[in-house]
Design a protein around this ligand. Structure first.
Ligand SMILES: CC(C)(COP(=O)(O)OP(=O)(O)OC[C@H]1O[C@@H](n2cnc3c(N)ncnc32)[C@H](O)[C@@H]1OP(=O)(O)O)[C@@H](O)C(=O)NCCC(=O)NCCS
Length: 193
């Protein structure tokens, strides 16, 4: 099956994705609404289809599926992007670049860009580890890694890698001291790259 990318069948993938929405969307009511009414759910399924066709080097069709996806959901995902069980909430204006890699249970709000900073055809988009939350309008730029379970503040611009469980805000993004830890004791500067 084209939708079966990582040895996981489309039904199991959809089931797990609904579960992720249930966990990460406080407005969740039922699976039926997620499947039929959530743009983020549709966008991810259509992307899995487009990415699978693109991997098989099928001409035109993958690009067409991605175009329909963008038209219906307002979410633009390049065919090459590798996405796990990503919960895209609201979703309008989300752009995910070709070499982006996004893990499972990642929550992405509207207006987020996972963008590149070079025109060279190399890995130039971010890697987002599992359970990261990316606030509305945030831009994460370049071949950097956002560590597991980090939180990116809305409208931040992140241009450097951050370690797991970081909270990042501002332009350029800065890692906030962990709550309950005294200033000066918390930041491991060596972990920032
Ligand atoms: C980054 C975030 C996760 C931090 O949450 P938190 O741990 O509760 O942090 P706090 O509210 O205690 O704020 C900590 C500091 O960061 C600052 N801050 C928080 N969010 C910020 C943001 N988006 N941009 C700039 N600064 C921000 C606060 O002003 C505060 O600064 P101070 O210590 O100088 O007073 C949260 O603010 C955020 O932006 N979440 C995204 C939510 C979102 O996009 N929702 C969309 C729903 S449609």
């Amino acid at each position: 099956m084209v939708l079966s990318l990582d040895g996981e069948g489309p039904c199991l993938f959809m089931f797990k994705l609904v579960e992720s929405f249930k966990r990460l969307d406080p407005a969740y009511r039922n699976a039926f609404e997620v499947i039929f009414l959530y743009p983020g759910f549709k966008a991810l399924l259509m992307h899995r289809l487009a990415h699978g066709l693109w991997t098989l080097r099928v001409p035109f069709l993958p690009r067409f599926v991605a175009e329909v996806n963008r038209f219906i959901t307002g979410i633009e995902i390049h065919l090459g992007a590798k996405l796990g069980r990503v919960v895209i909430d609201h979703g309008l204006g989300v752009v995910i670049g070709e070499t982006a890699v996004v893990g499972d249970d990642v929550l992405i709000y509207q207006g987020v860009s996972l963008g590149g900073t070079t025109l060279s055809p190399v890995k130039r988009h971010p890697t987002i580890e599992d359970q990261v939350v990316i606030g509305a309008g945030a831009k994460i730029l370049g071949n950097i890694t956002i560590g597991r379970a980090s939180r990116i503040g809305s409208n931040s611009v992140v241009i450097e890698s951050v370690p797991p469980e970081s909270t990042v805000v501002g332009i350029p993004g800065r890692v906030l001291p962990k709550k309950g830890v005294k200033a000066g004791e918390e930041l491991q500067h060596g972990d920032l790259k």
